[in-house]
Design a binder for this molecule. Structure first.
Ligand code: PLP
Length: 516
């Protein structure tokens, strides 16, 4: 008989109910956007650089989209160029402005809560000699303007401060930031990725020089960004090649994506108008969660004008986010963690650390970001699952902290170690001793040989996939399942002594169950 392939994969997407509460990560494409994109894909294959009719039509669509983007951000279309993503926009500005000024001026002042596309680019620029200073923020992520005044000086060529933060939703006082920068002749870059569609944007009024945007955060397609550049601002192209985007960004335009971005921007006023309802839902959500766990800590500013209407960062003392998220995911609810544990790193979020959370508080934090499809019943359902979980009414997977994984557990006869790492991680790192390796996305093929009378300790590189597999095993009737929080990565860091001594010993590669 044929093996039931993909059962676990189906399980991953099987949920009875899908509640998506991670709109700051990305948003679904709206119907309006999809229709416009489909039409462009179907009918408009002409290269916008070609001179004949269908090429000219494509070029017209690019310019129409540029107008829509410009309108949404209160800018002139000549100030907008399309890029592949906001990551590119941020990279392009930071590197090009540094090339322009350095070494005549040496300093960039930024904040410690920027997106990795800024943080990692700044770290790179430091290796090239640029001096980067990070202005401290308060416990809600608001930039400390008095400190900024002290840090920005005549050696500063750029101040880089995001309009709104993706994790806490804090909105910065950009006009005040620009005023300080101007006193010393510094330019200003602002990352507006999370702001567009959530709060009104007026780049001319904010008086910034550069701003970055991304379509997929406002119900547009992924893989298309924009860069606003005030007329006359210095800029060296990031990509060299053809003359597209007035010679500032080479490469044949991604027409359907550009059309999608323009269409998404046409809906910005509608999104802003709907913001009030979203904020009301967020209020409801906050109140319910406070009732469930009165000692919870709200990391987003509670003054509404200072926080995005859809974003709530909340810490539940004593409740590990990995377990809570695993349970929410099991119930079809998508939220994100304050820490990047699910991506293979066991490091708490730099944003949460910058606003003063300890490592353990950061690991007890989740971010909930509502969207235009979020309904009151979604909030009820989500908070019900959180209540059941926190009050211990649903059986859940045990979590083992990496530091607790000692020899007693590694060599315990009653513990069965299950390695669900992908092959490339196995090539890079030796795994836990006494582990049993399976193909992670096909766990269903090994169920018959997994012992039901032992505790199963599941681990992956970062602790994210293993949570899902742990819940799957629970659903399959395995009574004692434990997930290694932080995964092998966490254990290698916390217990490097044990890793050096035992990693890779006595590993068994399991063959799929024989089905007869
Ligand atoms: N900046 C912020 C604040 C973001 O939230 C994101 C996306 O997560 C980005 C930049 C990067 O955008 P993109 O996915 O278009 O590269």
């Amino acid at each position: 008989m044929e093996i039931k392939y993909f059962e676990f994969l189906k399980y991953l997407i099987r949920f009875n109910r899908q509640v998506y509460l991670d709109h700051n990560a990305t948003t679904p494409v709206s119907d309006h956007v999809r229709k416009k994109m489909e039409k462009a894909l179907k009918d408009q294959y002409g290269n916008p650089s070609s001179f004949y009719g269908i090429g000219r039509k494509s070029a017209e669509l690019v310019e129409q989209a540029r107008k829509h983007v410009a309108q949404a951000i209160q800018a002139d279309p000549s100030e907008v160029i399309f890029t592949a993503c906001a990551t590119e926009s941020n990279n392009a500005v930071l590197k090009s402005v540094s090339t322009h000024f350095y070494p005549k001026k040496k300093k960039i002042v930024s904040t410690p809560i920027e997106h990795p596309s800024v943080m990692n680019t700044l770290a790179y620029l430091e290796t090239q000699g640029v001096i980067v200073e990070y202005c401290p923020v308060d416990d809600k992520g608001r930039i400390r303007l008095a400190e900024l005044e002290k840090q920005v000086d005549d050696d500063t060529f750029l101040v880089c401060c995001m309009a709104a933060n993706n994790e806490t939703g804090v909105i910065q006082d950009l006009k005040a930031v620009t005023n300080i920068a101007r006193q010393h002749g510094a330019l200003v870059l602002t990352d507006c990725v999370q702001a567009l569609g959530k709060i009104p944007i007026d780049l001319h009024a904010w008086d910034v020089d550069y701003a970055s945007f991304s379509a997929h955060k406002l119900y547009g397609p992924k893989g298309i960004g924009a860069l606003y550049m005030k007329q006359g601002s210095p800029f060296t192209p990031f990509l060299h090649g053809g003359h597209q985007e007035s010679g500032l960004r080479a490469g044949t335009e991604s027409l359907h994506n550009i059309v999608g971005f323009g269409a998404a921007c046409q809906e910005v006023d509608k999104l802003l108008a709907h913001g009030k309802q979203i904020r009301a839902l967020k209020r409801q959500l906050t109140q319910r969660l406070k009732k469930i766990k009165p000692d919870c800590v709200i990391n987003s500013p509670e003054i509404e004008a200072e926080s995005l209407p859809n974003t709530l960062s909340i810490t539940f003392p004593g409740v590990e986010n990995a377990g809570l998220m695993g349970m929410l995911d099991y119930r079809g609810i998508a939220v994100s963690a304050g820490s990047a544990c699910s991506t293979g790193e066991d490091t708490p979020s730099h944003v949460l650390k910058a606003i003063g959370l300890s490592d353990s508080a950061a690991r007890e934090t989740i971010r909930i970001s509502l969207g235009h499809d979020t309904a009151a019943r979604d909030i009820q359902y989500m908070t019900q699952v959180v209540r059941d979980y926190i009050e211990g009414r649903i059986s859940f997977v045990d979590m083992l902290a990496p530091a607790q994984l000692n020899e007693n557990i590694l060599f315990d006869e009653k513990t069965y170690i299950l390695d669900v790492r992908p092959p490339d991680d196995r090539k890079k790192f030796r795994g836990l001793p006494n582990a049993h390796e399976v193909r992670s996305l096909h766990v269903e093929q090994y169920l018959k040989q997994l012992p039901r009378d032992k505790r199963i300790l599941v681990y992956c590189p970062g602790g994210g996939l293993s949570v899902m597999i742990s819940y799957y095993l629970k659903a399959k009737g395995f009574k004692r399942v434990t997930n290694l929080r932080g995964g092998l990565d966490g254990w290698r860091k916390r217990r490097s002594d044990l890793y050096e001594k035992y990693a890779g010993q006595n590993v068994t590669v399991l063959e799929p169950d024989k089905i007869n």
